[in-house]
Design a protein. Structure first.
Length: 506
């Protein structure tokens, strides 16, 4: 469920199945079998949360020990199998570009077996997972990213599950909402059984005023103090959005026109079909964008040109370079932090922190990774240390901190870590690593998939998006103590909705 392509395919699968004619859709039983790469992906609460976040309307099972994977001979994520209705022989196995023929293969299979009855006695389907959380009043739903305006005293929260951006004070008081205005269409009854909506939820694609604008699963956000703008990685719409905080309007920047490769003299036109922008960072008038879907880093320059900045398109790997950006390889780059001289990247699928030198045009691995087999993208774990001796597990967020340090959201280890790039050193900053929700000293505090972190030098506090707990957590930069940000003043929900209640493991 950490694979970006798998998320895309699952969305396409649901669109095909539930978009079929009524008399045909009932003849297809859909089952997702989760074959985990990372250790944290094997625990039932994680799988349940992932299914809820992606709003799946079909059954989900877990192949914890990869027994089904091995017996069928699956070799890659994602793979779609079409089985016969009786003895469940594999009729079609779709991988890679062939997944685009899913609908064609389904209709052919239905035509062949239109008179057969599905026999489920030898193939029991698990029940649909029920929501694991209840809200006193819905506020955040899988918040993924956070940005800070320390001077202006503002927090910007990417409330991804509700497809909106919330702006609050550093103390949690509501200031404004960007996008995700109240839905006017009736909620689909079948969807309503399986997902939890905010009253203000509404996803889509539309530019305009803050009230009229629509996003779809927005992820990374970055505040541009020079222009008083917010850059938003609108992941579900595959584009970069710019929210002008002065004019209170949203405009789009797409990845399909006027693209210039780094070093090229002229603009050329390319079409990026599924870039999946995941995070953004601003420095010296440039907006850097990590495209997890194409394993590349792009840059929107001050003149408005979109430039393919670093990494080979579509190729996943971990390759450093001493000069030139074109030969570098990334694997689902998901978090960015730009400084004056460097762009730091959390390369999620390789579980590493990478550094792109903005002057010398070099790419190096700061911590994590296999020092011998550079192509090994499974060198993950939970270990502090130096260089390649460090083990992270699907890190997703990163920010700068005092004393030339970085804070990293080590998402699948449920920890926030401190990294010193000059020393290639990594140490725990907060969190026990145990999945759950608990405030208190850093030795007992618990997170559930923290995905981003920002730091306020003025307040000496770090703010964390604790995604699967649907919370914003606050870490004292001196003591390491963890608390939960209490929201108030939201006009739709009132002060009674300060903090959603959860039933996650403690």
């Amino acid at each position: 469920m950490s694979d970006v392509r798998t998320m895309d395919i699952m969305a396409r699968l649901e669109k095909v199945i539930f978009g079929m004619k009524k008399e045909l859709s009932g003849a297809v039983a859909t089952l997702s079998v989760h074959c985990a790469k990372f250790d944290s992906e094997r625990i039932p609460p994680f799988i349940q949360e992932a299914a809820e976040e992606m709003r799946w309307r079909h059954s989900v099972a877990s192949d914890t020990d990869l027994s089904l994977w091995k017996s069928i001979g699956v070799e890659a994520w994602p793979t779609i199998l079409i089985l016969s209705p009786n003895d469940h022989r594999v009729l079609v196995a779709l991988t890679g570009d062939r997944i685009g023929r899913l609908e064609e293969c389904l209709y052919a299979s239905l035509s062949l077996y239109k008179k057969a009855q599905l026999q489920t006695s030898s193939f029991p389907l698990p029940k649909v997972m029920k929501p694991s959380m209840t809200w006193d009043a819905p506020l955040l739903r899988y918040p993924s990213r956070i940005a800070i305006d320390t001077k202006g005293g503002r927090l910007f929260i990417s409330d991804s599950g509700n497809s909106r951006i919330l702006v609050t004070t550093l103390e949690g008081r509501f200031l404004m909402q960007i996008g995700g205005s109240a839905r006017t269409d009736p909620m689909d009854a079948e969807v309503a059984q399986h997902v939890l909506y905010s009253e203000g939820e509404n996803e889509g694609y539309r530019d305009g005023s803050f009230q009229d604008a629509l996003f779809k699963n927005p992820q990374g956000i970055a505040f541009n103090a020079l222009k008083n703008e917010l850059a938003v990685a609108d992941t579900g719409n595959n584009c970069l959005r710019i929210a002008n905080l002065e004019e209170r309007s949203v405009r789009s920047v797409n990845f399909v026109s006027s693209i210039k490769d780094a070093g090229a003299k002229e603009l050329t036109t390319k079409r990026m079909t599924s870039p999946k922008p995941w995070d953004v960072s601003v420095s010296s008038g440039n907006v850097y964008i990590s495209l997890a879907g194409s394993n590349t880093i792009w840059r929107l320059d001050p003149f408005g040109d979109m430039i393919h900045f670093c990494g080979r398109t579509g190729v996943a790997g971990r390759v450093d370079v001493e000069s030139g950006y074109g030969g570098a390889l990334f694997a689902s780059p998901s978090g960015l932090c730009a400084t004056q001289s460097s762009l730091f990247v959390v390369d999620s699928d390789s579980s590493t922190v990478r550094e792109i030198g903005l002057g010398e045009k070099a790419v190096r691995t700061v911590v994590g990774g296999d020092s011998i087999f550079l192509g090994n993208l499974s060198a993950f774990g939970d270990r502090d240390g130096f260089g390649s001796g460090v083990r992270l597990q699907m890190p997703m967020g990163i920010c700068s901190a005092p004393e030339d340090k970085l804070l990293v959201a080590d998402s699948y280890n449920n920890k926030i870590r401190s990294v010193v790039p000059a020393e290639n050193e990594c140490r725990e900053f907060s969190g026990t690593g145990i999945t759950g929700y608990r405030d208190g000293p850093k030795e007992v505090a618990r997170f559930f998939c923290p995905t981003d972190v920002v730091y306020s030098d003025k307040l000496k506090k770090a703010y964390v998006t604790d995604k699967n707990n649907h919370q914003i957590r606050v870490i004292d930069g001196v003591t390491g103590d963890v608390s939960t940000l209490r929201f108030f003043g939201f006009p739709d929900f009132g002060e009674a909705a300060e903090t959603p209640s959860t039933t996650t493991p403690s």
